[in-house]
Ligand binder design. Sequence first.
Ligand code: FES
Length: 169
Amino acid sequence: MSEVVAQQAEEEEVVVDLAIADKVIDKYIDIPGNLMPVLQGVQDEYGYVPRVVAEHVAERLNVYPSQIYGVLTFYAQFHLKPRGRFIIRVCVGTACHVQGATRIVETFFDKLHIGHAETTPDLRYTFEKVACLGACGMAPLAMVNDATYGGMTVQKVDEIVTDYNQRPI
Ligand code: FES
């Protein structure tokens, strides 16, 4: 199966309730410049912007799908693929790099069996390497959703993964 066909098959398996998108669209439908709030709203609801939702938004707001995809691909805040319940971010800024961030990143890769910007098949985790998180004094630094973990070690990676593996998704 080619990569494109595989990707299409994967997307077709996603069942999306468009009524959720319609609620968001209805809220902003009469407001000028509503594209960004609508896209942010649908992403908040679904956790990402499914292709079928992007096309539905285009149709309902009477804009070209290419305009929607232009916005979705320009702004890093938007995601076109499902994301994990737990977003793990490891800082690879200079201070964290000097304190061993590479080893922390590699340990997460080994434990989660995913790489940068990837999501586990069960949608538990998404992993991202990020630039300076602004807390260099705590280097090397990791975050899981809003929780911050300073002074990261291989042992702490183990503890974090064990902890979050037990949490419901
Ligand atoms: S370099 Fe990692 S928090 Fe600043």
